[in-house]
Design a protein around this ligand. Structure first.
Ligand code: PRP
Length: 214
């Protein structure tokens, strides 16, 4: 029997996924909080790799992992082509345009400066609305940008809203909701169909907790 390889995101999303895997009888081979990156269950023929959240899609797209759990944010931001199988219902938060209170977003014939970790998402969003923007790509602490005059607004994830509040910023426009998705390599889905579909069915059986079809 072939191994099924699953890419998990280090951090909060990976912790939630680990709980889910334990519930369906996988994941015993994983040692949480260890620095190891590969865990193999020889008996169940399943292995797990821990990668940076933004790299999960890359490992799945390249077939190194058959399956992965990634936030919809990183799926949208990546230009990789993977099959989104299930919405797992956790990791819920929203994308928003945020900035200094009451800041105007739409300025006809003016360029809006947008700081973000998600340039693809931000560009698509403002292109669709006909607003010209200058993208400022940052890797973190995006909320700082409008405070120090680097940008007019930010496009970022908002979960509790605490980071915005602590910095005197507010949501100026809600964009869309996101959550964790089970994704699959398109070739693996065909060639390992039996094992992958069994795993999907086990997740779906969890009384609706983890099982919204896309
Ligand atoms: C994320 C996001 C916001 C914050 C939102 O950043 O980019 O900054 O969390 O969460 P909240 O609404 O609950 O405050 P992350 O924690 O990943 O850190 P970063 O700024 O270094 O990217």
């Amino acid at each position: 029997m072939d191994f099924i390889n699953i890419a998990l995101a280090k951090g909060r999303l990976g912790d939630e996924t680990y709980k889910l895997l334990k519930t369906i009888g996988f994941g015993e081979s994983i040692v949480p909080d260890s620095r190891k990156l590969i865990f193999k269950d020889e008996e169940k023929k399943i292995s797990f790799i821990y990668v940076k959240p933004s790299d999960v899609v890359t490992y799945v797209q390249n077939g190194v992992a058959d399956l992965g759990v990634a936030g919809k944010d990183v799926i949208l931001e990546s230009d990789n082509d993977v099959y989104e199988i299930l919405d797992l219902g956790f990791g819920r938060c929203k994308f928003a345009v945020a900035g200094i209170k009451k800041k105007e977003i739409y300025k006809k014939d003016e360029v809006l400066r947008v700081a973000t970790k998600y340039p693809r998402i931000a560009k698509k969003y403002f292109d669709e609305r006909g607003q010209k923007i200058k993208l400022i790509k940052l890797n973190g602490s995006v909320e700082l940008a409008p405070l120090v005059g680097l940008s007019d607004v930010i496009v970022d994830l908002v979960e509790t809203g605490n980071t915005l509040k602590a910095n005197g910023l507010e949501v100026l426009e809600e964009m869309f909701n996101i959550s964790a998705k089970l994704i699959c390599n398109r070739v693996s889905y065909r060639f390992k169909y039996d094992r992958i579909s069994k795993l999907i069915e086990s997740i779906k059986k969890l009384e609706g907790k983890y099982c919204e079809d896309n």
